[in-house]
Design a protein around this ligand. Structure first.
Ligand SMILES: [Zn+2]
Length: 566
């Protein structure tokens, strides 16, 4: 048990107790708002201490210690919650999740997350069809892989027709395949390859017959998706509310959002609405994605003239630019000198504005192009105080990690290979896979590392799946990949997903740990993350999630505690 009872509040209470007037704590003693007692409260402080009880006052942790000690801080209005011995962790923070886009689309999409058979996935489509308005689109925009299904294959056109023939259907697999059914092709007026975006064509079987699936490069798939109708405002608000509520159920109390494809500036309206109505159940920190190729610097300058770095509050805050800075350096492994010059100009401008920058980069073999530019900027304007980051880079080499460390650039690491490892192994070999991602090496170098998912097109949003992946490197279809030398401890995986992620929001001294003075963001878990078998970590859920001391999610034994927000 820790006894971090150094707050003046407790000292005051202690003095009152010592002089024998504890039964008459006057109103001026300002009792705490809330006590959590009888728990296993994981603080993630420097000593890795665990506390039995925690007091909350004005949205922050007021004190930690034993229930007996902390009860002295209570007054008649103090709410007391008995945790029943359950484990409490600092609220999780996904440091790279397309939560704004996911929410915007959530009410109008069908989700295949966690379906273990194709039949189950098709059943979800059938039931969505039964609920949907006539002629409404049914869209599966990603977040699944055939490898999650027992038979490990994509659905056929005929199977989709059998469950949803009356609706236009769009099913996207990563950024490589799309199935649009007959009703959808009619709606989009697609009759042949010529009607598809450049870079896409109909897949044909050995006999030359179209399978119904469209194959294409990322740009073509993004372009195809953009032809789909957008949700109505009411759907966007409802979807955002619903998606964020699901994140609360996973114990997430914060997200860092990097914009994304198919997400226009006007699509943020639903998020802003919920913020204005004090309805956000978690803290959203967001950056903006370059809106238009060729106009990157103009667009960033225009947009941020009224949106300086850090604009917002504790619930919604602007955190700079990325993950697309310039289109010429986005998913381009062979950028020209001109591409690099354009990137340099935007990055240099951002550095001079004191702005945070996050950059999407996939492969170590080409990341030297990016690091060269970042080093050039850094020679002119030091970027270390600005919390810049590189997202993904699953195969980061020691040399790249060292260059990032020297720049003070952090690494946003996700569990993308939980789905994609088999194709990665086919391309790179198992030896490379064993050190991918190099979590322990990066932490050992003292690099800032944030946990996350990159949900919900390429990956699912469940943070416990991501943490289990950190701890066993097992893919969705059970293949063991990462070697023991790159497997962090459970505590370290949790630190990556809490204080590690908080660093990228400039918040590691306010959240990510449970200590007096920190924001009271926490989750009471269904099972003990530290003692369940690793394979069961993915099944953990939050039973009670609090953000700033407010209950934003409650279930099971805590049902009924969920209150209206602020
Ligand atoms: Zn990315």
């Amino acid at each position: 048990m820790s006894s971090t009872l150094s707050t003046s509040r407790f000292f005051r209470a202690f003095v009152v107790w010592a002089f024998g007037i504890v039964g008459a704590v006057p109103a001026s003693a300002d009792p705490v708002d809330l006590l959590l007692v009888n728990g296993k409260i994981v603080t993630l402080d420097a000593a890795s201490s665990v506390s039995e009880a925690l007091a909350i006052e004005a949205g922050r942790v007021a004190a930690m210690g034993s229930a007996e000690e902390l009860r002295k801080l209570a007054g008649p209005a103090t709410k007391v919650i008995d945790l029943g011995g359950r484990t409490v962790i600092p609220g999780l923070i996904d440091s790279h999740i397309h939560a704004i886009r996911a929410g915007f689309r959530y009410a109008t999409e069908v989700n295949w997350e966690g379906a273990t058979t194709l039949a189950e996935a098709l059943e979800r489509l059938r039931s969505a069809a039964a609920r949907a308005k006539p002629n409404a689109w049914l869209i599966v925009a990603g977040g699944w892989t055939p490898r999650q299904f027992a038979k490990s294959r994509r659905p056929t056109d005929a199977e989709i027709a059998a469950v949803a023939s009356d609706h236009p259907v769009y099913i996207q697999l990563f950024y490589g395949y799309v199935l649009v059914n007959a009703a959808g092709r009619d709606w989009l007026n697609i009759k042949s390859d010529e009607d598809l975006p450049a870079g896409a064509k109909f897949e044909r079987d050995a006999g030359g017959k179209a399978t119904g699936w469209i194959v294409g490069n990322g740009a073509a798939i993004i372009s195809l998706y953009s032809r789909l109708p957008k949700p109505q405002m009411v759907e966007a608000i409802g979807g955002t509310r619903q998606f964020l509520h699901e994140l609360s159920g996973f114990g997430l109390t914060g997200v860092i959002d990097p914009g994304g494809h198919n997400l226009a500036p006007e699509d943020y309206a639903a998020l802003f609405h919920l913020w204005r109505e004090h309805e956000l159940p978690l803290r959203v920190v967001y950056s903006i994605f370059a809106p238009r190729p060729g106009k990157e610097l103009d667009d960033f300058q225009d947009t941020t003239r009224f949106l300086p770095m850090g604009t917002g509050d504790d619930w919604l805050r602007f955190n700079g630019i990325g993950e697309c800075i310039t289109w010429g350096m986005y998913n381009n492994e062979t950028p020209s000198e001109a591409d690099k010059e354009v990137f340099y100009r935007v990055a240099r401008w951002a550095a001079d504005q004191g702005m945070t920058v996050t950059v999407h980069w996939n492969n170590d073999r080409s990341v030297h192009h990016l690091l060269d530019v970042l080093e050039r900027v850094n020679r002119e304007t030091p970027i270390a105080p600005l919390r810049w980051s590189i997202a993904h880079l699953h195969d980061a080499s020691d040399a790249s990690l060292q260059r990032m460390k020297a720049l003070g650039v952090g690494w946003l690491m996700q569990d993308g290979l939980y789905f994609a490892a088999p194709s990665y192994i086919a391309e790179r070999g198992i030896a490379q896979m064993r050190r991918t991602p190099p979590i322990v090496t990066a932490r050992g170098l003292g690099l800032a590392v944030g946990g996350g998912t990159d949900a919900n097109r390429v990956m699912i949003e469940n943070p416990f799946v991501s943490m289990r992946w950190m701890l066993d490197g097992r893919t969705v279809d059970g293949i063991e990949t990462r070697g023991a030398e790159e497997i962090p401890s459970r505590e370290d995986a949790l630190r990556i997903y809490t204080e590690g992620s908080a660093w990228f929001a400039h918040d590691e001294n306010r959240r990510g740990r449970l200590m007096p003075g920190m924001l009271a963001d926490l989750a009471v878990l269904s099972d003990d993350y530290f003692t369940v078998p690793v394979s069961d970590i993915a099944k953990i859920r939050s039973l009670l999630t609090m953000v700033g001391g407010q209950i934003v999610y409650a279930s099971g034994p805590f049902s009924g505690l969920e209150s209206a927000h602020r």
